[in-house]
Design a protein around this ligand. Structure first.
Ligand code: ZN
Length: 324
């Protein structure tokens, strides 16, 4: 057996063995080729030309076969071996626990409400103006004497701003939340904050231009399903002042008197040191915010307990809101 024949057999054999052994077989084949080439180089001088030709042939064959040694891609599928995974009959697959949907925790303001009713927030007081409302045309003797356009609404301006924050007098939020708590019924705020433009649109009269709605100190509302019995709602307000610990022993808060001077309502309003309550009948106090057919209650804040001062309307304060 000649060296070149043995080398070729090794090369063919390398294609049939596994990867680690294949490298050794290929190395042996290449060594045999190299030895054969060396022998040919050392042959007699008269055969040198022939030997060079043979060497070139073997070198060509060597590089040709060596280029095929990229074993991973050239390996046929028959050389792929799959080892079975042995398991015992007691072995089990991975069992994931059943997914249980979590219960959403309520937000703080949801827990402060009554049942499904959320506690009254200052957001409920936002201006109800809209530039979709038609102009308010004032007629006198059939002639137009004034034309008022509504504001663009709460999307264009904020609530009154006090110390850099939107502000509604807290006693209003507290009283309306108390009414919801005692009745279990929703309080419907028909008119909370009014910007000056919306206030003029609702009531262009001069005396209405100092409304405390503009400074977040007044609210109009009724209680759903108690529209016809607003006196019971007012009684809840009286009870609030007699039950709160902070008012105990303070007659100026616990005792309500009647306001006997002339007003725009038939029923004489009630007042204590902190608030002023008006009851509007079905035909009184109607405006664009109060277009509903129900009696409604207005509460004005008269006294700021925190600052210990009277609450009075000022045009400067009415302009303290942010335009968006
Ligand atoms: Zn407005």
């Amino acid at each position: 057996m000649t060296l070149e024949l043995a080398a070729i057999i090794f090369l063919v054999l390398s294609l049939c063995v596994s990867a680690p052994l294949r490298l050794c077989v290929e190395f042996l084949a290449k060594m045999l080729f190299w030895i054969k080439c060396t022998l040919l180089f050392n042959a007699e001088t008269q055969r040198r030309r022939d030997a060079e030709n043979i060497q070139q042939q073997f070198l060509f064959l060597f590089f040709l076969l060596a280029s095929c040694q990229n074993s991973e891609q050239s390996t046929s599928s028959s050389h792929t071996r799959c080892d079975p995974i042995d398991r015992l009959h007691t072995d089990h697959g991975l069992h994931l626990p059943a997914i249980k949907p979590a219960t959403q925790q309520p937000y703080p303001w949801q827990t402060e409400g009554v049942g499904q009713l959320r506690a009254i927030q200052k957001d409920y007081f936002r201006c109800k103006g809209s530039n979709l409302h038609p102009p308010h045309i004032v007629l006198q003797d059939g002639k137009e004497t004034g034309r008022f356009y509504d504001c663009a609404g709460a999307e264009k301006h904020s609530l009154p701003v006090v110390n850099g924050k939107e502000f509604i007098y807290p006693i209003l939020l507290e009283l309306l939340s108390e009414i919801q708590k005692q009745t279990g019924l929703p309080v419907i705020i028909t008119s909370g904050h009014r910007c000056p433009a919306h206030n003029a649109y609702l009531d262009p009269r001069i005396k209405a231009q100092s409304s405390k709605h503009m400074i977040g100190a007044e609210v109009d509302f009724y209680v759903q399903d108690m529209q016809e019995t607003p006196e019971k709602v007012i009684q809840i307000i009286f009870n609030f002042y007699n039950s709160q610990a902070r008012y105990q022993g303070k007659k100026e808060y616990q005792t309500f008197s009647r306001f006997e001077k002339e007003t725009d309502v038939v029923v004489a309003p009630w007042l204590n040191k902190e608030i002023f309550i008006k009851l509007h009948s079905k035909t009184e106090g109607r405006n664009f915010d109060n277009r509903h057919p129900y009696p409604y209650i207005s509460i004005q804040v008269r006294f700021d307990r925190e600052k210990n001062e009277r609450v009075v309307f000022t045009p400067q304060q009415a302009q303290q809101f942010l335009r968006k």
